[in-house]
Design a protein around this ligand. Sequence first.
Ligand code: C2E
Ligand code: CA
Ligand code: CA
Ligand code: CA
Length: 277
Amino acid sequence: AKAQGRAGVALFEQEVAQVAYDNLVLEGQLGQAIEQNEFTLLFQPQLRTSDQQIVGVEALIRWHHPERGLLAPDEFIALAEQHRLIVPIGQWVLAEATRCAQRWHAQGRAMTVAVNLSTLQFQAPGFVESIERLLRDAGLPTGWLELELTERMLMDDVPTVRERLHQLRALGVKLSVDDFGTGYSSLGHLKDLPIDKMKIDRSFVHELPQDRQSCAIARAIIELARGLGLTAVAEGVETGAQRAFLEAHGCHQLQGMGISPPLTAERLEAWLQQRAH
Ligand code: C2E
Ligand code: CA
Ligand code: CA
Ligand code: CA
């Protein structure tokens, strides 16, 4: 039994070493992925319930890995954060999202573009200045850029966060609380922050309308958003029943597979075109 235990430990150590090695390789490749042009953005439409118009999109990053194929953010964002690579990657995302927004604007489509931020990126020195530069050079009407922050990010190191949010708001950036309901934010604190949107986490949307607790939570978040004068957005909307429930309870915007999966910029344009007819 003792020998077996030792063998088990050795095997475990081997696995740990393998994971560490894989991460090292992936990290090296991640560091080169921008210059190798391996990142791409998908865009998921956001539907306004009052008139069924697509009023915005959320940008979601993908990595075309040379050997592993298309990787979702879960497979590399954490690693990118550990090694601060998320800062240049986040800058690439912002630049690419801006290029797409410019094209859509030229096509006469007024859509907001929402970009996800990571903590390191938001807290990096010069972040607000980089957004200011980006907005100035983009030449788009104000209000087109939306930044999605998680509740946790809003709670960290409060004074700086607050200051940055106010600076961004003053630049005309819309601010959105992502995955709302899953974090630890105190409502008293949130009320003092310049927030425009609350995104109801998909874990609550998933069990609508059969699960009583999820219904109560979704309704409470919609009510809270409405009461604070904010836009309520439901994410992960998949079924007609979920959509009906959310619309009936006054949710302002819907996002999810039930409306459209995330699409490449080209496919999004074709989809919008088709939808208009
Ligand atoms: P998120 O911000 O909560 O994004 C929504 C996720 O839900 C996306 O996963 C989207 O593809 C997925 N989704 C959309 N519709 C449905 C649906 O109907 N049902 C279900 N179950 N899921 C749906 P994705 O693209 O894999 O992104 C995962 C997370 O990675 C995002 O979660 C976001 O936190 C992060 N992420 C994505 N792009 C970026 C980025 O450019 N920068 C940073 N820092 N994080 C990003
Ligand atoms: Ca998001
Ligand atoms: Ca989310
Ligand atoms: Ca999430």
